[in-house]
Design a protein around this ligand. Structure first.
Ligand code: IPE
Ligand code: IPE
Ligand code: MG
Length: 231
């Protein structure tokens, strides 16, 4: 089972307490560790966390810099534990816009854990579903141009195979915390048949219990993919 989480509400969590937005991001980063650790026992085999969107560059420079610092810290502090816990880490998004040292950390973490067979953890940084489709389109088009792919052979599978999530199943469930009812450019292609859940807590308050409740509720959903119940 693949769960995607749009980790929203860090800023509001902080400002409602009279704290700086970055304090909320820090608390949010603390939640990630717990949620990752507890995913396998809930039957989650792939977890995708939306950490920074292609639109998040529009925020104040100090907030963006603070978030980048948190990514560095997260990777540094969790590298060994993730590996020990058999987690395979992959990154979604356009890494080319990120600082070189962050990219090196990402490459190292992905490389170190590439043969792990436990939880698949995708971290989406500078990720946008539309940007991902644009990049996939470019790479498909270049194969058509150089003759390695014919136009008639382009199928849904071809597109899936050129997205950042290639070889991974679509998310079964997408959870967005903090009350906004939108995708904000998360998994545009992959979410075609995902179930959605909007727990009414900010990301820093997204505890194991809330996570467990979401998954329990998901189990009761009927998914028909356009067919009708044959019973
Ligand atoms: C989500 O929390 C974290 C990121 C987008 C990086 P927000 O920072 O969007 O928090 P709110 O929505 O302003 O409360
Ligand atoms: C979506 O949250 C991005 C992440 C959680 C990383 P935002 O807070 O940026 O989305 P909008 O601005 O409310 O759509
Ligand atoms: Mg937000």
């Amino acid at each position: 089972m693949h769960v995607g989480i749009i980790m929203d509400g860090n800023g509001r969590w902080a400002t409602s307490r009279g704290l700086a937005r970055l304090v909320g991001h820090k608390r949010g980063a603390g939640r990630v560790k717990d949620i990752v650790k507890n995913s396998p026992q809930l039957g989650v085999t792939t977890l995708t966390l939306y950490a920074f969107s292609t639109e998040n560059w529009k925020r104040a420079a100090h907030e963006v810099e603070g978030l980048m610092k948190l990514f560095r810290g997260y990777m540094q502090n969790n590298l060994l534990e993730l590996h020990e816990k058999n987690v395979r880490v992959r990154f979604l998004g356009d890494a080319s816009a990120l600082a070189q040292d962050i990219r090196s950390q990402m490459e190292h973490l992905a490389d170190l854990t590439k043969d792990n067979s436990g939880l698949n953890l995708n971290i989406a940084i500078n990720y946008g579903g539309r940007d991902e489709i644009v990049r996939a389109t470019r790479s498909i088009a270049s194969k058509v141009l150089d003759g390695t792919l014919s136009l008639d052979d382009i199928s849904e599978d071809t597109i899936c195979g050129h997205l950042d999530t290639r070889e991974q199943a679509d998310p079964d469930l997408i959870i967005r915390t903090a009350g906004e009812l939108r995708l904000s450019n998360f998994m545009t292609w992959q979410s075609a048949y995902s179930e959605f859940m909007f727990p009414n807590v900010s990301w820093p308050d997204f505890t194991f219990e809330v996570y467990q409740k979401c998954l329990g509720e998901f189990t009761g959903r009927v998914r028909q993919y356009g067919a009708i119940d044959s019973k």
